[in-house]
Design a protein around this ligand. Structure first.
Ligand SMILES: Cc1cc2nc3c(=O)[nH]c(=O)nc-3n(C[C@H](O)[C@H](O)[C@H](O)COP(=O)(O)OP(=O)(O)OC[C@H]3O[C@@H](n4cnc5c(N)ncnc54)[C@H](O)[C@@H]3O)c2cc1C
Ligand code: SF4
Length: 441
């Protein structure tokens, strides 16, 4: 079981958070691509939410045509390099690879994808052919994967695009949320810069759109508006003690750590509440920051966890302990966290049922709530005609991503409630096609 010392320098941080999928060298890429069977009706392609022609881009790597390979990837997914690193390939393309059936290690599709796109980025090769300029202008709210993918596809079609981003940095949760052992901030920004310089769309940072007046102005100044606004902060569980110091939301904890790891307070015992991938990431990050006892507590059974099994294996490897069928009932402490009171549970007809008189407490000084993010409902209420479902997801046409019959389109976490980068990038591209249809009908 790994034990980590608290990193004091950038070098030590990089050692604790070392890359899960390091960049291949040319020999590794040649060897790995030679193992691909170039299957007809390739299941890896079917399993890719962006529909990348996997055998084709791998063959192009094998034959030394790296720019052609990058072109194949980017023609389907503008986040080709990022997704090569962060996609849960174990349950997507690599999980579907036929080699699994022969008890042979599947092709490392993610790393090959990253290798090919990195080559294009490093050479500054422009692999995109833009159409002639059109007079229409599109506004994109949010510079996350959905917004950037929409901006790329719209620029490709010849539209003039301006992105309005609340933060001072691009790529949304790729930069503020995804674990540093999957992608570094430098890698995330590098792909954005490559896309921006290839397409020439404008990005206004520190430009949050929040008032009805700002929305009205966009509606007047632009022919269509794409909402790539994602989700909001961590939602409260609704138990006593959530106001105590050192009780933090998972996305807020991770964003702070990713901004500057030196600001993370180190605690002897940390409890992470939740059973999804964000909970796994937060727990893994606590352990890698040198917290000795990290406990992941989930209110249902291990089999019912929302997080991927391979992610749970990963957190166990860094020394995190899991407790299951334990629901938090109170965060204990006076002004500051001193522990969590739990009740044991069982699942009956799909519902979590507390077991009477089974309360127990765990002493700790940090509690991270990773039970889910809020939706941007307040903001959406300012857009006329926009409707959300009972879970706060924006309702839009499934093919064009248009909101009702308005000039608004939407994609990514805002509409799917929180999925992966590849889904957000695929939505952004499809919504851009929807906007094109709307403007040319
Ligand atoms: C902790 C964590 C770990 C994750 N790990 C992975 C992973 O390993 N692999 C993976 O594929 N996916 C992962 N995901 C999911 C992935 O990051 C998201 O699905 C993806 O980023 C969604 O893209 P998006 O563009 O819809 O939203 P976001 O990435 O959230 O981007 C939205 C952007 O819009 C901006 N914005 C919002 N409102 C406004 C406004 N009113 N005005 C201006 N700007 C605004 C925000 O600042 C943000 O930059 C993870 C998510 C989390 C929370
Ligand atoms: S399924 Fe595996 S072997 Fe077949 S084309 Fe895809 S990566 Fe290659």
């Amino acid at each position: 079981m790994a034990e980590f010392l608290t990193p004091k320098t950038q070098q030590e941080f990089e050692k604790n958070f070392c890359a899960l999928k390091p960049l291949m060298n040319s020999t590794q890429a040649y060897f790995e691509s030679s193992r691909c069977l170039f299957c007809y009706d390739a299941p890896c392609t079917t399993a890719c939410p962006a529909g990348i022609d996997v055998p084709l881009f791998i063959r192009q790597i094998y034959t030394g045509n790296l720019i052609g390979s990058a072109k194949t990837i980017y023609s389907k997914n503008y986040f080709g390099s990022t997704c090569g690193l962060v996609c849960p390939t174990e349950v997507l393309c690599e999980g579907a690879c036929v080699l699994n059936k022969q008890q042979v290690r599947p092709i490392e599709i993610g790393r090959l994808q990253n290798y090919a796109t990195q080559s294009a980025m490093n050479n500054g090769s422009n692999v995109f052919s833009k159409e002639a300029a059109k007079s229409k202008k599109i506004a994109v709210i949010g510079a996350g994967p959905a917004g950037i993918a929409a901006a790329c596809e719209l620029s490709l079609l010849g539209y003039s695009v301006e992105i309005f981003e609340a933060l001072s940095v691009p790529t949304g949760l790729v930069l503020t949320g995804i674990a540093p052992y999957k992608i570094t901030n430098t890698q995330a920004v590098a792909e954005f810069e490559y896309l921006q310089s290839s397409f020439g769309f404008k990005t206004h940072f520190n430009s949050k759109i929040e008032t009805a007046e700002q929305l009205k102005k966009l509606e007047t100044d632009f022919d269509a508006i794409f909402l790539g606004t994602g989700l909001s902060g961590t939602k409260k569980i609704g138990i006593p003690g959530e106001n105590l110091r050192n009780y933090v939301g998972a996305t807020e904890f991770i964003a702070k750590l990713k901004r500057d790891f030196k600001t993370t307070e180190i605690h002897k015992t940390a409890v992470v509440l939740g059973g999804g991938n964000t909970a796994m990431d937060a727990a893994s990050e606590c352990a890698r920051m040198g917290m000795p006892d990290v406990i992941l507590a989930y209110r249902r059974s291990k089999a019912e966890m929302g997080g991927y099994e391979f992610e749970y294996e990963l957190v166990k490897l860094v020394g995190v302990d899991g407790i299951f069928n334990a629901a938090p009932v109170e965060i204990l402490g006076k002004d500051i966290v001193e522990g969590v009171k739990f009740v044991k549970t069982q699942t009956v007809d799909g519902k979590v049922v507390p077991i009477e008189n089974s309360e127990f407490t765990i002493a700790c000084t940090l509690v991270i709530n990773a039970t889910g993010q809020q939706k941007q409902t307040e903001f959406y209420a300012k857009i006329q005609g926009l409707q959300t479902d009972k879970n706060g997801k924006v309702l839009a046409d499934e093919t064009t991503f248009q909101v009702g019959s308005s000039k608004y389109f939407v994609g990514g976490d805002a509409v799917n409630g929180g999925a992966e980068v590849v889904n957000a990038a695929a939505d952004g591209k499809k919504a851009a096609r929807g906007i094109h249809k709307f403007l040319t009908k």
